[in-house]
Design a protein around this ligand. Structure first.
Ligand code: MLT
Length: 324
């Protein structure tokens, strides 16, 4: 019988249905990602593996998996999977690239408003027994400039929502076609990154983690931003040099930051970005809505079952059928 190894908390109706399939055995080990040695042992018997972003599917893990036909990633980013090694081994890599985009875009909007209106600090202040209206003067989003770094699917959804708030949209994206109708409809002005950083009141990052995006936001880039700027990252923590961000907040180079993702998750004890009220922080929950997770889990369960039954994966990154 084909065995599907689930190494993180991937749950829901579609997973329950997968577990009921007579021709498939689902081994649900939601903490296995924490133990790489045990992962290597367990994957030897697996025909499919379903992961989120915490399981490191390295070349060594792939080499230990002679039966593996599909690596299904319950989410969008593939930075925890050695896709080159999987492709060379003939293993399908599939993901749910668009299923959680809307939820991520909505959280980015939530972070803009939280920062601009001091919602977390005001909430905490009331709970401390105060009623300090004057301490929480905020600013409107309307009339402000939003700089979108990476205006693909999620960046576009953020831009659409920001437009309805009356924001002006500027964007930087090496791969986007500025003449695409959806950019024209949103009146997006494409600019160089430096220009975006200099002009934007809010900056939102929607970049994949790649060698040239790792620690892209460094001391030099923060120095180009307005002292009133708010920086929001819901993509990958590693695109930010956190020490540089922390210094920028301390020195007043920028006004605040909203972060759903961190260089190290969870961040270490005594972390400077946790210790300042200039940040609004969430624990990598942008994709964690009931609706998005239903779509994501449905997609990875569907693709895993399909590939094991000799059918094509829909959300494939490399090829739809295994080559081994
Ligand atoms: C994604 O890449 O889809 C999100 O960051 C959520 C996740 O990693 O699970």
């Amino acid at each position: 019988m084909n065995r599907i190894l689930v190494t993180e908390a991937v749950k829901g109706v579609a997973m329950d249905q997968l577990r009921d399939e007579a021709d498939l055995e689902v081994v649900f080990e939601p903490d296995l990602w924490k133990d790489p040695e045990s992962l290597v042992r367990n994957i030897a018997e697996a025909d499919a593996i379903i992961v989120r972003n915490q399981t490191q599917v390295t070349a060594d893990v792939i080499a230990a998996a002679p039966r593996l036909k599909i690596i299904a990633r319950a989410g969008a980013g593939l930075d925890n999977i050695d896709t080159d090694a999987a492709t060379a081994a003939g293993i399908v890599v599939s993901s749910a690239p668009s299923e959680n985009s809307l939820s991520v875009a909505e959280l980015a909007m939530g972070l803009f408003i939280s920062l601009a209106r001091n919602i977390p600090s005001a909430n905490q202040d009331i709970r401390n027994g105060n009623w300090n209206r004057a301490a929480f003067m905020g600013s409107e989003l309307s009339g402000k400039t939003l700089g979108v770094v990476g205006i693909g699917r999620i960046g576009t959804m953020v831009a659409q929502r920001a437009r309805t708030f009356g924001m002006k949209i500027i964007a930087h994206d090496k791969f986007a076609d500025p003449s695409a109708p959806h950019y024209t409809e949103l009146d997006v002005t494409f600019v160089e990154l430096d220009e975006l950083l200099e002009q934007a009141d809010f900056i939102t990052v929607h970049l994949p983690l790649l060698p040239d995006t790792r620690r892209l936001f460094n001391e030099e880039l923060f120095a180009k931003m307005k002292p009133s700027a708010y920086f929001v990252n819901t993509s990958r923590g590693e695109v930010v040099d956190e020490e540089a961000l922390s210094n920028a907040l301390k020195r007043g180079t920028i006004a605040g930051a909203g972060l759903d993702v961190r260089e190290t998750e969870p961040p270490p004890q005594g972390d400077a970005l946790v210790g300042t009220d200039k940040t609004v922080l969430t624990p990598h929950i942008a994709a964690f809505t009931n609706e998005a997770q239903e779509r994501v889990v449905e997609a990875v369960c569907r693709d895993s079952a399909a590939v094991l039954r000799g059918q094509e994966a829909e959300g494939f990154f490399n090829f739809p059928l295994p080559k081994r």
